[in-house]
Structures are given as C-alpha cells and as structure tokens.
Ligand binder design. Structure first.
Ligand code: ATP
Length: 352
C-alpha cells in the first residue's frame, strides 16, 4: 500500500493549461476519484501520476520517494484504460501471465498467481479462452487482473467502465470496489460520471478547467458543496442566482420569492448570492397550502422508487426529485402544485 502526494503540479500544452497548480495527498489504501467534465484535465493529471506525461512544474512522490523524473516502469503502478488494451491474439492466461514472465518468474508460480487473480475477478473458468471471445465486461476484468497480478503499489484507472452497457457497468463497478477493498491497493480513478465516483470512492476531487474545485468524501461533497459547480455536477442541484434581502428575510431568484429562516441567512446582508437547492429539497404537493409557492409542472419522469419533476415558477425552472407516492402520482404536465423548501438541504453561497 502506498501514499501519493502531488505538490503544485501544472501541465501546459502550447496555449492550454491542462492542469493548474494541483496539490493532493492520497492516503495509503484509499480509493480516490478524480471527477470532472470533459477536457478539465483529469486524464492529464492521471498520466502525470503514471509517468506517461511530465509536469511542466511541480513534484510527485509515491511513499515519500520523489518520482517526478522516474520512468513509468519504475514507479510500481498498474494501469487500466477505457479500451482494455489487452493483447487480442492471446488467451486470458497469456495476457495476465505476460507481466510475470517478464519478471522471469517460475512457470508453476505464474500459473498459481494467474489462477488466484482470475478467481478474485470471477473469471477462472475463462483462463484459456482467447480474449476476443470475452464480453466487454469480462475483458475489462481481465485488464484489472492483469494490472493487479504484478502487485503494483498503486492502481490507476482511466474511465475503465465507459465502454460497457449500463447493467455491466454497475456490476463491474461493484467488483472493482470489492477487489480494491480486498487488496487494499491505493487506487486513483478518473471518471466524468458522478454516480460512479460517489459509489466507488473514499474521497473525490472535483476538477474544473485544470484546477481542483473541492476534495472530500462523497457525503461531504454532496451535503456541503463548496461551489455551485460542485453542487450541480455532483448532485444535479438547482443553482439559482439570487438576491438576499436580509431585512425582509427573503431570497429572490427571478419570480421565485422565498421566505427563508433567519439562520439560513446568517452571514449574509442585502446582497447577491447563489442559492443551491438539491432536487430532493423541494417538497411537492398537489394542493397549494398556506406558505407554499405555486408552481406549474412542466415535465414528469417516473423512475419507480422516485419520480422526477420539472416545475416552473415564473421564469425559474426547478428540478424536483420526489419519492413516488399516492399524493403526487396524479400530477401531470400543466397542473398547478404547491412547493416548499427543506432549508436544511439548501445552501446559500456568496456571489461568485
Ligand atoms: P476527457 O474526459 O474528455 O478525456 P479530460 O478531463 O481527461 O477530458 P484531458 O484529456 O486531460 O481532459 O485534457 C485537458 C486539456 O488539455 C484539453 O483541453 C485537451 O485538449 C488538452 N490536451 C491534453 N493532451 C494534450 C496534448 N498532448 N497536446 C495538446 N493538448 C492536450
């Protein structure tokens, strides 16, 4: 198990500053995800940890050893990519054994190690099957096994599930998590999929335009987003530019005028701010009761356990996630409904 430390890492490509002064500490045995939209610099950062890319400035160390100038093959890392990168003309066994053969390991010991690792990814029965005959999910598990068999200090994964269909993605992600728990290997995982990052990670770093926007556990990031970008990216929150009126104890976002509890406005005067409202923080009711705001349903999406609604208040459209219930099941597009806010699940951020 190994600790990774990045100190002030930047990477410039011609006019593009792909990574900008990133400092991170990843603990030994941690499952750490780098999450962000396309082009934010995730892959570049991972390639710098791997040694495929050199930083323009900054240093990286693994277990307190400065590896900034150390070539990939001497960093003790295993890597799994989006496109499996298996040898197509070889069997599962040959693919996994390859890394051990280059270490001049004895034949019987290689066989045992390959069988053990295939057992942990539940593919032992496919040991002699040629790789092209495997499904995408199976190929990706072989790729994980191949990376792990040489017992690297660190496992790096770049969008390993994005070529799989939804069902396989969910199943394979569970297997990756179990395997990581079992081996305790420090893992850095790049993804643009927030649910993947939330479900897999001990901690997440959200990246935006080459910088780290926030680092924390999934719950910390979801419950207390440091910026509207994190709130929107991670929790699909409603991010509303608003005006705070401290004297009237109101928050005004376009035509949406809300009476807020005094404690929610703590630290704010009469000023512009950003109101962040999680979709489940809006309570929807088929009748407009005292204290409710009147909204019009403009879209409904039934998902079984939950139902998502889009509701409009004047010029403001709100995403609402409700538990499917008798009360709301008859609501249709065009219906008026009452909404109220659960302020404990809302955040007020200073104007950016
Ligand atoms: P994606 O999710 O789409 O893979 P990403 O977050 O991984 O995106 P990077 O691939 O790290 O982003 O790219 C960050 C920025 O750096 C992008 O603007 C990209 O075009 C640029 N970039 C990456 N590699 C190079 C390169 N070798 N030469 C020039 N520009 C590059």
């Amino acid at each position: 198990m190994s600790r990774i430390a990045l100190h002030n890492i930047s990477r410039q490509f011609d006019d593009t500053l792909a990574v900008h002064e990133v400092s991170l500490e990843i603990a030994s045995g941690e499952f750490f995800s780098i999450l962000g939209p396309s082009g934010c610099g995730k892959t570049t950062l991972l390639r710098i940890v791997a040694g495929f890319e050199r930083p323009t400035s900054g240093t990286i160390s693994i277990d307190s050893r400065d590896v900034t100038q150390v070539p990939t093959q001497h960093r003790g890392i295993g890597m799994v990519f989006q496109n499996y990168a298996l040898f197509p003309h070889m069997s599962v066994f040959e693919n996994i054994a390859f890394g051990l053969e280059t270490k001049k390991m004895e034949k019987m010991a290689i066989r045992r190690r390959v069988e053990d690792i295939l057992d942990s990814v539940h593919l032992l029965e496919k040991i002699d099957v040629p790789v092209p005959l495997l499904s995408g999910g199976e190929q990706q598990r072989v790729a994980v096994a191949r990376a792990l068999v040489v017992e690297p200090a660190v496992l790096l994964m770049d969008e390993p599930l994005s070529n799989l269909d939804v069902a396989l993605r969910l199943k394979t992600r569970e297997e990756i998590r179990l395997l990581q728990k079992k081996t305790g290997i420090t893992t850095v995982y790049v993804t643009h999929d927030q649910s993947e990052a939330m479900s897999l990670s001990d901690r997440i770093a959200v990246m935006r335009s080459g910088r780290i926007e926030q680092v924390g556990t999934p719950a910390q990031m979801y419950e207390a987003p440091a910026s509207s970008f994190v709130a929107e990216f991670l929790g699909g929150a409603n991010v509303l530019p608003a005006r705070v009126s401290r004297s009237e104890q109101k928050i005004i976002a376009g035509k949406l005028v809300l009476s807020a509890p005094a404690t929610f406005l703590d630290g704010f005067g009469d000023e512009d701010a950003t109101l962040v409202v999680k979709p489940e923080a809006i309570v929807l009711s088929p009748s407009v009761d005292d204290g409710d705001v009147t909204a019009v349903i403009v879209h409904k999406e039934y998902l079984g356990f939950t139902t998502n609604f889009l509701a409009q208040v004047g010029d403001v459209t709100l995403r609402i996630a409700s538990m499917s219930s008798e009360r709301t099941k008859h609501l249709r597009s065009g219906d008026a409904a009452g909404i109220r806010f659960d302020w404990s699940r809302c955040t007020l951020l200073p104007h950016a």
